[in-house]
Design a protein around this ligand. Sequence first.
Ligand code: IPE
Ligand code: IPE
Ligand code: MG
Length: 225
Amino acid sequence: MSIIMDGNGRWAKARGKERVFGHFEGVESVRACTEAAVEEGVKYLSLYAFSEENWNRPADEVTTLMKLMMSSMKKEFSTFMDNGVRFVVLGNRERLGKELCETIDKMMEETAHNDRLTLILFLSYSGKWDIMQAMKKAAAELSAEEFQALSAEDFSSYLVTSGIPDPDLMIRTSGEERISNYLLWQTAYTEFYFTPVLWPDFRKEEFRKALEEYSMRDRRYGKVK
Ligand code: IPE
Ligand code: IPE
Ligand code: MG
């Protein structure tokens, strides 16, 4: 399953605080949902943490967010090891700092053999970027003939999400009902769940509510049942 974690700024604003306080509190929701995912037996949890478009936010907010990513990752490392969490970060690394990339690589390597939950953080990611980089990679690797013969399934293996199942459920918090350039290709048959709850308030109970609602969905994949 996957979550578009939205509403941190509004959560802070409602309390008369700076937007970054919402981001700090949002980290607690990440922790709670990761725990809930482990408890509920969810195998893959994908979180949209920072879009390519988010680089256009005020510089101080971007800087604070990047620092927060780094410190939160480091802080959670031992919890990931204790709970069998494989940690993966996906996105366009071009604009990420060297130190952050090194931390990410190290954590991905050290948690690679954990198999209880795969936690994927989408950082500096966009769905269109992913499709574009996949297309370019495939074009560079394959002959013209092979490229023409490429199936949708084969193409998926060029996306950065290669090996990760498409999400069954996509949650978006904060009342917005859009994809905001997140997983475009991978959500072809995903169930969507929208809630007005702001991300810093989205904790275990809300997570379970979403799973319960999902369990009542009827997925048809275009067929007649
Ligand atoms: C989500 O909260 C976090 C990121 C996009 C990084 P926002 O910062 O978008 O909060 P709102 O939508 O402005 O309330
Ligand atoms: C989407 O939230 C990106 C993340 C949650 C990381 P935004 O707040 O950036 O999306 P828009 O601008 O409302 O579509
Ligand atoms: Mg937002």
